[in-house]
Ligand binder design. Structure first.
Ligand code: SAH
Length: 237
């Protein structure tokens, strides 16, 4: 059984969108993963196909009704985790992507307007995730971000089997800089060590660069060891 994503949205035409291209798109076409897209509006019951209503307590905007959202979730629910995209949620990380890639798939509920009635989030034991500290107009782009980060980790989706292991965040560090031909461009030469053919020296240079970049750009990552290979965790024990 291949990994299966389900998206519940008011804008189904946004899918697969960018995930129909490149590596994810090829993997989707060849069945390495699957995506079911459900229009929440199909579960409206009145003749105006209403899915939202005004918030109790007043205030601006509209709220997705719990009964409608619940019926949409029920139409796809199985053993997969159900995730709700919201700026209030836990920050989604590479560790989450790895964990979900190892599972059977994911059900993703995309909010619109002000958000989703809290009761259905609780009743369906949804985990709330955010993709960052900014407000999107809907959960669709966030769902695409989650799916992209997960799908590229599935077996056989990426070209080189081990390229995921060395990337930013995998070791708790940001990635070292990359260079390709030409060896000199606009007077800028690639670091000599990279053309030395000395594999151990290359590895050492990359490790040093990763550590420097992480220290400079992300003191938070540097201070919070994410894995036993992180140098900060080796020295702190
Ligand atoms: N009133 C809400 C914002 C609603 S934005 C608030 O102040 O928190 C509308 C929808 O976009 C949300 O229901 C959510 O599904 C989605 N969304 C917006 N920003 C997001 C983010 N950073 N991460 C994940 N989903 C987001």
């Amino acid at each position: 059984m291949s990994w299966r994503g389900a998206v519940l949205t008011l804008f189904p035409a946004m899918f697969p969108g960018p995930l129909g291209q490149s590596l994810a798109g090829r993997a989707l076409a060849t069945g390495l993963w699957a995506l079911d897209v459900t229009n929440i509006r199909d579960f409206a019951r009145d003749r105006h196909r209403t899915v939202d209503d005004t918030p109790f307590g007043g205030g601006a905007g509209m709220v997705l009704r719990p009964d409608i959202a619940d019926a949409a979730v029920a139409s796809v629910a199985d053993d997969r985790p159900v995730i709700c995209l919201t700026p209030r949620g836990q920050r989604f990380t590479q560790a989450d992507a790895r964990r979900f890639a190892a599972g059977p798939g994911l059900i993703l509920l995309c909010g619109r307007y002000e958000g989703i009635d809290q009761r259905v989030i609780e009743a369906r034991a949804m985990h709330e995730y955010s993709i960052g500290d900014y407000v999107l107009s809907g959960g669709e782009l966030a769902a695409l971000v989650l799916l992209d980060s997960i799908v590229r980790l599935l077996p056989d989706v990426m070209g080189a089997a081990d390229s995921a292991a060395e990337e930013s965040f995998s070791s708790g560090l940001l990635e070292y800089p990359h260079y390709t031909r030409p060896a000199e461009w606009q007077g800028r030469r690639v670091p000599e060590v990279l053309i030395s053919g000395h594999h151990a020296a290359v590895a050492a240079w990359r490790q040093t660069e990763s550590e420097r970049i992480t220290r400079e750009r992300r003191p938070d990552l540097w201070a919070a060891p994410a894995s036993p290979t992180h140098p900060a965790s080796a020295t702190s024990s």
